[in-house]
Ligand binder design. Structure first.
Ligand SMILES: [Ca+2]
Ligand SMILES: [Ca+2]
Ligand SMILES: [Ca+2]
Ligand SMILES: [Ca+2]
Length: 250
């Protein structure tokens, strides 16, 4: 379900038991924000892509056939990692619908990268992939990943068992690229990693975006998943809106 900012219910999809979901301007050709999520159910909506404002479902994918046993997909992720297709790519791990889809629901790859978190790390505006202690780049022509960084080389470990999360990923220092924080294996230190790669893109730091800032808060208190911006960031993006920031008077 979706709550309005006054606490009243806006809509419920009626799709049942959800799991990880992703909210941003996933499809820039449709005004407003979209939601990509998966359902832990056995029916016709293992994954769905919908309007964040109204809940209208633009497309959905069956996980297992009605009447079959199964728990639905374990994970789903939406990031812009392939500039050949406008907007965010959406992919699902497990349960019958494994594969990568464009933001219109067309299957574009059978192989998928990790299905966990994303990070803006290199110089381009596409997302990179963050999973466990590693940052990878999606090599879209060859449908495989290239390793950029493994923080295990710096004695770091991920958290939350099979969820394999960092302590935190967020734009907390320097330019708009995101930093990532890990614990060391002996749990005595926190280590902050920041990109050494130059970029030609200049943006306000991501924490200026209220949706992103809130995402960093819930990454700390809920089910750790990547933060998303309240505007489209990716290949072919427009310059983001200038943040409307008001400082409280002392
Ligand atoms: Ca949109
Ligand atoms: Ca894309
Ligand atoms: Ca990038
Ligand atoms: Ca940064």
């Amino acid at each position: 379900m979706c709550l309005d900012d006054n606490g009243k219910g806006l809509y419920s999809t009626g799709l049942g038991h959800g799991d990880a979901l992703h909210v941003s301007d996933l499809d820039p050709s449709i005004p407003g924000l979209e939601v990509f999520g998966i359902q832990e159910r056995f029916d016709d909506a293992g994954a769905s892509f919908r309007s964040a404002a109204t809940g209208e479902i633009y497309w959905k994918k069956a996980s297992v056939k009605a009447g079959e046993d199964g728990e639905g997909p374990g994970r789903g992720l939406a990031l812009d990692i392939d500039p050949r297709y406008p907007g965010f790519e959406c992919w699902v791990a497990g349960a019958g619908i494994r594969g990568m889809f464009d933001c219109k629901g067309n299957k574009i790859a059978d192989r998928i990268p990790s299905c966990n978190m994303g990070i803006y790390w290199d110089g381009d505006v596409l997302s990179e992939l963050l999973n466990g202690t590693t940052i990878d780049k999606w090599d879209y022509p060859n449908a495989k990943t290239t390793r950029i960084l493994n923080t295990a080389d710096f004695q770091c470990r991920s958290n939350n068992g099979t969820k394999s999360n960092p302590v935190l990923s967020a734009d907390i220092l320097g330019d708009w690229r995101e930093e990532v924080i890990y614990r060391t294996a002996d749990n005595k230190e926190l280590r902050i990693f920041s990109t050494p790669i130059p970029t030609e893109h200049r943006f306000y730091t991501l924490m200026h975006n209220p949706q992103y800032r809130l995402s960093i808060a819930w990454q700390n208190v809920g089910y750790n998943q990547p933060p998303h911006l309240g505007f489209f960031m990716g290949a072919g993006m427009s310059q983001p809106p200038k943040p409307e920031i008001v400082f409280p008077k002392k």
